[in-house]
Design a protein around this ligand. Sequence first.
Ligand code: NAG
Ligand code: NAG
Ligand code: NAG
Ligand code: NAG
Ligand code: NAG
Ligand code: NAG
Ligand code: NAG
Ligand code: NAG
Ligand code: NAG
Ligand code: NAG
Length: 484
Amino acid sequence: MAFNALYLGALVLGAAAHPSQYGSGKSGASGRTTINVNAAQKYQPFDGMGFSEAFQRGTQIYGAGGLSAANTSRVLDLLYSNVNGAGMTILRNGIGSSVNHPYDLMPSIEPVSPGSPNNTPTYDWEGTIKPGFGLDGGQLRLTKDAIARGVQKIYADAWSAPAFMKNNSNENYGGYLCGVTGIDCETGDWRQAYANYLVQYLKFYEQEGINIDYVGFLNEPDLNVSYASMLSDGQQAADFLTVLYPTLEASHLKTEIACCDGSGWEQNRERLAGLQAAGAEYTLGLVTAHGYSSPPGAPFATDRKVWETEWADLEGPHTLAWHENGTSGEGLTWANNIQQLFAVSNVSATLYWIGADNTTSNSALILLNNDTVHVSKRLWAFAQYSRFVKPGATRIEVASSNAALNMTAFENADKTVAVQVINNSNYTQAVTVQGLPVGKHSSVVGWLTNNEHDLSKMGVQRVAGGGIGTSIPALSMMSFVASG
Ligand SMILES: *[C@@H]1O[C@H](CO)[C@@H](O)[C@H](O)[C@H]1NC(C)=O
Ligand SMILES: *[C@@H]1O[C@H](CO)[C@@H](O)[C@H](O)[C@H]1NC(C)=O
Ligand SMILES: *[C@@H]1O[C@H](CO)[C@@H](O)[C@H](O)[C@H]1NC(C)=O
Ligand SMILES: *[C@@H]1O[C@H](CO)[C@@H](O)[C@H](O)[C@H]1NC(C)=O
Ligand SMILES: *[C@@H]1O[C@H](CO)[C@@H](O)[C@H](O)[C@H]1NC(C)=O
Ligand SMILES: *[C@@H]1O[C@H](CO)[C@@H](O)[C@H](O)[C@H]1NC(C)=O
Ligand SMILES: *[C@@H]1O[C@H](CO)[C@@H](O)[C@H](O)[C@H]1NC(C)=O
Ligand SMILES: *[C@@H]1O[C@H](CO)[C@@H](O)[C@H](O)[C@H]1NC(C)=O
Ligand SMILES: *[C@@H]1O[C@H](CO)[C@@H](O)[C@H](O)[C@H]1NC(C)=O
Ligand SMILES: CC(=O)N[C@H]1CO[C@H](CO)[C@@H](O)[C@@H]1O
């Protein structure tokens, strides 16, 4: 791509006529679009981006399906590196409920019922070993590697309580936690026992040197499915949250509670409203929701931070492409999904479902097949954000007179600014970006992803007034990173 020929140094001098750091907001002459970044207008905090390797998917990274050690390193680089990967900073682990663990079940730390909620439980951390892959079905090993590579937040989420704590006596097929509203079990009220169980899981990680930042006790509580699952409405969530909260408080752990990982935005909104009505919102550190059953839309009515903790293309045709025909697994589709999550749904974090897996669907960012590694453009869509926006950043205003432009901007803690611009049109768009940090040693770099490029570094022209001028190819995404 003849990108350098798209420099428009002379043209953008016109933009320098705007003395204000934030420009005038008007489109320039010659069809140029002026993009105005305004760091004075701040929105939600940014916590990071990530994925999960639950259900033993992590063992695929370490060779369960034939990946060589050389490619294990390559895959970890692709996921975590700030030099040749996506620079992801969040890992979501699954807290198991299975009494044994053939591929791909997640082992429980309490496989045997103590008989009654008041009896002393027997916790079993050693029993969660996956031979060759270590504790917690392989997740502990990945968690350690992820932290060593810069991951800053660990979210541990249970898909179900152990079967003996539920009214269907099964970790699968929904069922409810015994003791919440409307669920009376012959064996009694297991809420405190489940809270103790979750806290014990956190303590096992602590003894391995890892602080789990957030703990969740539900996954898609609106769905009754054939794998680990547990149903709950908002009132029932509140019935457990008000037991888990003081249990965590009484421990020395710093872990905060996340809820409710509804299968879609609206399913989660309903549960959040229910637990708020029951007076339990004070227990939450984080509101968490998925993107499947109903796509992310309007923000939730809460002042808690919101994370989109799981979403993927599970049904579209298998694709590694950036843009073919706009199907649900394409990279450009995910670039837009992520943009809307931050700009419209007010999330502080965006997680894909799986990072790397030996799947033949689009449910992972990197598709493994024995020792071959297929990197989807979805990974680079995430990288356009996660390489340059780091935990501690704040979303800031970015606007242009072209109402159709899809953009986000963030100011990092170190005051570098990263702006993401998606051009969904079939035409190259000339843009001038104003309002970037200006300083003696300031620099701006452009990063491009499209059908031809995977986060390629692009020179951009700095113009007077602190702006930059460049052109964004059709059906492409560019990030601009400016240091002050
Ligand atoms: C992935 O590998 C596991 C063994 O680790 C195997 O059981 C499973 O069938 C494989 N999945 C696919 C889709 O190849
Ligand atoms: C991976 O490929 C190697 C070499 O061809 C083969 O021996 C091995 O059985 C394959 N493993 C899997 C899980 O398909
Ligand atoms: C568990 O409780 C739900 C809700 O009351 C009920 O529909 C279901 O039948 C119960 N399951 C069993 C196995 O009793
Ligand atoms: C969940 O699905 C199973 C299997 O279809 C069914 O037997 C059970 O009654 C369902 N449970 C609830 C609470 O809907
Ligand atoms: C966005 O989320 C933050 C918390 O992260 C909250 O304070 C703010 O009110 C939310 N804004 C909207 C429009 O919901
Ligand atoms: C999209 O393009 C791909 C590759 O050409 C093709 O396999 C697929 O069928 C197309 N899908 C649709 C919905 O047009
Ligand atoms: C690693 O993956 C690449 C890309 O799929 C493949 O060409 C190579 O053979 C694999 N193995 C090693 C040891 O690099
Ligand atoms: C771009 O943003 C506008 C305004 O939020 C939205 O209506 C439109 O759907 C977005 N486009 C894409 C492709 O997401
Ligand atoms: C781009 O061109 C294709 C093929 O001609 C057309 O289907 C599509 O609607 C165009 N997209 C836009 C955003 O104009
Ligand atoms: C600046 C720019 O390229 N904007 C385009 C981005 O994509 C949307 C949707 O196709 C177009 O409407 C914009 O003109």
